[in-house]
Design a protein around this ligand. Structure first.
Ligand code: SF4
Ligand code: SF4
Length: 312
């Protein structure tokens, strides 16, 4: 029986930060968390969306004529598009039919999220198999949260294994254990995000408390699954000494020896405006190398090898 299609919002080739070697990262759409710093806001909702990039608009009003639902909001005649406005689309009226995207000659309107069959996505990632072989790389399922689409992820990973491709899952951990168990036989490595240990703090940062996340991490470790925990370093949010020490002690107590650190950057914040996302841009300052080194030292003091993935 043909597997359910997967809803994917990006496929990035030649990644060096999402598992060993050169990797193709597949971004699954839909996520149960709402991390305040999320760099992939287009990955949050579990359905295709229409993004509007105002700076690409050439003002020919093709979208206005194409929309059958009166969902396009346009500046008055002769007005230029206001820069950085996401208000080209009245989201409440839009049914995401995509007719405006097809009509737009400049790419200012774009569909975010595309359905793939297992055959299609496998063919896409197979293009890079020579690079995987040469570097010890493979495919990483990221997002959003790939575990929300296990009906697609499992047959996709199974196919990767049949093709001899290394598989890694990057997860926020906010998923039922029974879902995780189904994926593990086809997954070589789990990259597991750890954002906060204190449940109240975790809820403030992500919209969700963390008991299921930490339980899943404990169980994965107890089952001998190969895991690398990943800690986002978000200034003032996750980088308080207390939070970093709590995470370091927790990971050390599980017997984990390596942690990857993901320093904050602002690259995802432009995307927030294009989607009418509920997230707000944080516009925090980037961390300096010295600051990241000091944070890494807190993990080293707990006996962990801390590797900072700059530019990830
Ligand atoms: S996706 Fe369809 S309904 Fe929505 S704004 Fe575009 S044309 Fe209108
Ligand atoms: S878990 Fe990842 S994709 Fe989901 S909201 Fe947090 S940062 Fe974004």
């Amino acid at each position: 029986m043909e597997a359910k299609p997967g809803l994917i919002f990006d496929v990035q080739r030649f990644s060096l930060h999402d598992g060993p070697g050169i990797r193709t990262v597949v971004f699954f759409k839909g996520c149960p968390l709402r991390c305040r710093w999320c760099q992939n806001p287009e990955g949050l909702l579990p359905f295709p969306e229409i993004a509007f990039q105002a700076e690409r608009c050439i003002n020919v009003r093709a979208c206005l004529r194409a929309c059958p639902r009166d969902a396009i909001v346009y500046p008055a005649e002769k007005d230029d598009c206001a820069p950085n406005t996401a208000k080209r689309i009245r989201r409440a009226a839009c049914d995401r039919c995509g007719l405006c995207v097809a009509a737009c000659p400049s790419g200012a309107l774009r569909a975010v999220g595309q359905y793939y069959s297992v055959d299609e996505l496998s063919a896409e990632v197979l293009r890079d198999q020579p690079f995987y072989r040469a570097s010890g790389g493979g495919v990483t399922a990221s997002g959003g949260e790939a575990m929300l689409q296990t009906e697609f992820l499992i047959p996709f990973f199974r196919r990767c294994k049949e093709l001899g491709i290394h598989t890694a899952l990057e997860t926020c951990g906010q998923v039922g254990w029974e879902r995780l168990v189904g994926v593990l036989p086809f997954c070589d490595l789990v990259l597991f995000d750890v954002k906060a240990i204190d449940p109240t703090r975790h809820r403030q940062l992500t919209g969700h408390e963390n008991s299921q996340i930490l339980d899943n991490l404990r169980r994965l470790v107890a089952d001998g699954i190969q895991i690398i925990p990943r800690v986002p370093l978000i200034p003032t949010l996750t980088t308080t000494p207390q939070n970093l020490d709590d995470i370091a002690i927790f990971l050390q107590s599980l017997g984990l020896t390596v942690v990857h650190l993901l320093p904050y950057h602002r690259l995802g914040e432009d995307k927030i405006h294009r989607l009418d996302s509920p997230l707000l841009p944080l516009s925090l300052p980037d961390l300096s190398l010295d600051e990241v080194t000091m944070m890494a030292d807190r993990f080293r003091q707990a006996g962990l090898t801390a590797i900072s993935l700059h530019g990830s």
